[in-house]
Design a protein around this ligand. Structure first.
Ligand code: SF4
Ligand code: SF4
Length: 157
């Protein structure tokens, strides 16, 4: 399974579950709409989850957000993810489950010490879940962290 612990921080990252996010308010509205539809269908078994998944074409996004990402009790997640479905990946044929953003690829390649520094850096930012998702996906947190690190290691004031 393609995975990074970054995908689970801040209540769950949705950075790669959309395109062209226009505003946090619109992302929140899309999450609310998806979650309401999920609760109506209330899928418990695979066939019902596929029915939920297939209610819209994969390219039919809501304010740039995938129609499957939901938020329950402050946790944002994809109900099609293998971790929720006995290791069966119901995202296949809908999105690219093997995708990792630039930040996650880089993070996964680091040694533990640098990973921990990045996690502390993220923590220091006190971001909400949506800002976290957007800034991880667009690589801005990564770039700022790398620039800060390079600055320190070069000895520049
Ligand atoms: S944007 Fe990156 S960190 Fe977030 S869920 Fe996608 S791959 Fe994971
Ligand atoms: S199917 Fe799930 S993992 Fe794939 S883009 Fe939609 S919400 Fe994200």
């Amino acid at each position: 399974m393609t995975f990074s612990i970054l995908c689970q921080l801040h209540g769950g990252c949705l950075g790669c579950c959309g395109k062209d996010f226009s505003s946090k308010e619109r992302i929140e509205r899309a999450l609310q709409a998806n979650t309401a539809e999920f609760k109506i269908i209330n899928p418990k078994v695979k066939a019902q989850l596929l029915k939920f998944r297939d209610r819209y074409h994969p390219a039919d996004l809501y304010f740039g957000v995938c129609r499957n990402i939901i938020k329950i009790d402050g946790k944002t997640f994809c109900p099609l993810h293998p971790k929720r479905n006995n290791d069966e990946d119901l995202r296949i044929n809908h999105c690219n489950p093997y995708y990792l953003c630039r930040t996650a690829i880089k993070f996964n390649s680091w040694k533990e010490e640098k990973k921990n520094k990045f996690l502390q850096f993220i923590e220091s930012k006190k971001l909400d879940d949506l800002d976290y998702s957007i800034l991880i996906d667009n690589g801005k947190l990564l770039d700022e962290f790398e620039e800060k690190n390079n600055h320190i290691s070069s000895g520049r004031p």
